[in-house]
Design a protein around this ligand. Structure first.
Ligand code: FE
Ligand code: FE
Length: 163
C-alpha cells in the first residue's frame, strides 16, 4: 500500500514498533536467564514488565485512531535479537557475557528510543495528542532503561569483566 502522507507513515511505524515490542516480550526472559549478575537479571525482569505495558500502550494508540492493532514484522529487531542469541550461546566468562548482554540490550533500547522519538514527533505534528502522550511515556522508560544499563555496566559488570 502506498504511503500517502505523514499519517500513513505514522501508522506504518507504529506497526513496526508493535512487532518489535512483541518480539522483546519473548526475548527478555532469555536475556534475564542468561545473566549471571542478580542486578542485571532484575533489570531485565523489570524491563520485561515495562515492555508488556509498552505493547498495551501501542494497542491503545491504535484504538485511539479507531484502528485495529496490527504488527508488521520488524526485521531490525529480529536481527538485534538474533545477535543477542548468538552471544548467549557463546562460551564466555560470566561477567564478560553479562557485559555483552548489556551491549546487546542497549542496542535494542537505542532502536526503540529512535522509533518512539520519531513516533512522538509525528503524533505531535499530526495533532494526535493522546497518542503522543502515551508514546512519550514509553520513550521515557526506554531512556531510563538505557541509563540503568549503563550504570550497571560501569558500577559492576565492566569492573568484573576486566579480568
Ligand atoms: Fe519497549
Ligand atoms: Fe525497551
Amino acid at each position: 500500500m502506498k504511503l500517502q502522507n505523514l499519517h500513513d507513515l505514522f501508522v506504518d511505524e507504529l506497526k513496526d514498533i508493535y512487532s518489535a515490542e512483541k518480539q522483546l516480550v519473548k526475548a527478555l526472559p532469555k536475556m534475564a536467564q542468561a545473566s549471571s549478575s542478580q542486578k542485571l537479571k532484575d533489570a531485565f525482569e523489570k524491563h520485561l514488565a515495562q515492555t508488556k505495558v509498552h505493547v498495551e500502550r501501542i494497542e491503545s494508540v491504535f484504538k485511539s485512531m479507531d484502528k485495529k492493532p496490527t504488527a508488521k514484522t520488524c526485521k531490525a529487531m529480529e536481527g538485534l535479537i538474533e545477535e543477542g542469541k548468538e552471544l548467549i550461546s557463546e562460551e564466555a566468562e560470566e561477567s564478560t557475557k553479562d557485559a555483552g548482554l548489556i551491549c546487546a540490550a542497549q542496542k535494542v533500547e537505542h532502536y526503540e528510543i529512535a522509533s518512539y522519538g520519531c513516533l512522538v514527533t509525528f503524533a505531535n505534528h499530526l495533532g494526535l495528542d493522546k497518542g503522543a502522550k502515551i508514546l512519550q511515556q514509553t520513550l521515557e522508560e526506554e531512556k531510563e532503561t538505557d541509563q540503568l544499563l549503563t550504570e550497571i555496566a560501569e558500577s559492576e559488570i565492566n569492573v568484573q569483566a576486566e579480568g
